[in-house]
Write a new protein. Structure first.
Length: 237
């Protein structure tokens, strides 16, 4: 059973939730940097205040990040646009050439270089870049799925990648399948670790119950903040 109240620390409203857990957790959540503390029932309010003050620098940093969070704008796939690769912003450089194929690569100056056939349409460039992202995500996700399957003691599932409108991932334990949102190729790698572990934890527990939460707490202690950071980022779909 949970008990929720609001306390004020250093002029900041903090949502305090008391619940039957072992450790105190501080989270900063989008879109406006709301601060929430989940604390064991035996921890005093003064102790919670001290914990928040101790993490105040980190809290303010997260709030600034949320305040300046970029939102996905319509992509035109022209030189000068910013595109993200595993959380890193890269300037797109489009070079039309007399060729029949598209080539995409990261150049030494940290630009995303697209060599495209002369006369290529926006839709064609979007499809080529999506295909490149798909290969990149599969390359990074596969070893993570292997790692978590070994740690959790479950068979390594098959990997599917598709663009999702509302979720970062999904799974079907009965079919041994994990789906990842193609947009994860644009987000920090910590997000990929979290989503893969989240979906594979469902191979041991179908619900978001104590067993499921215990798996995440044990294997990725900072998962709550990673989830908050990820959910603050835009979906392109």
């Amino acid at each position: 059973m949970m008990n929720t109240e609001t306390i004020h620390v250093a002029g900041m409203a903090v949502e305090l939730v008391r619940k039957p857990i072992k450790n105190l957790h501080i989270g900063v959540y989008p879109p406006h940097g709301r601060v929430r503390v989940a604390a064991p029932t035996a921890v005093s309010t003064d102790a919670v205040r001290v914990a928040v003050v101790t993490r105040l620098g980190w809290i303010k940093k997260k709030q600034r990040e949320f305040a300046g969070q970029a939102r996905q704008t319509e992509r035109r796939y022209i030189s000068g646009e910013t595109h993200y690769v595993f959380g890193k912003p890269l300037r797109l450089l489009v070079r039309p050439q007399e060729t029949s194929r598209c080539s995409i690569q990261l150049d030494p100056s940290d630009r995303l270089l697209m060599i495209v056939p002369t006369g290529s349409t926006t839709a064609q460039k979007a499809n080529w870049l999506a295909s490149w992202y798909r290969g990149l995500l599969r390359e990074r996700a596969a070893p993570r799925m292997e790692k978590w399957s070994e740690r959790l003691g479950v068979p390594e599932p098959r990997l599917g990648i598709k663009l999702m409108r509302t979720k970062w991932g999904s799974c079907n334990p009965g079919k041994g399948l994990v789906w990842l949102n193609l947009d994860l190729a644009k987000k920090p790698l910590a997000a990929l670790d979290y989503v893969v572990l989240h979906e594979m934890a469902h191979f041991l527990s179908a619900k978001h119950d104590e067993v499921f939460l215990g798996i995440l707490d044990k294997n990725l202690p900072g998962w709550r903040q990673v989830r908050a950071d990820l959910n603050a980022l835009p979906l392109s779909a």
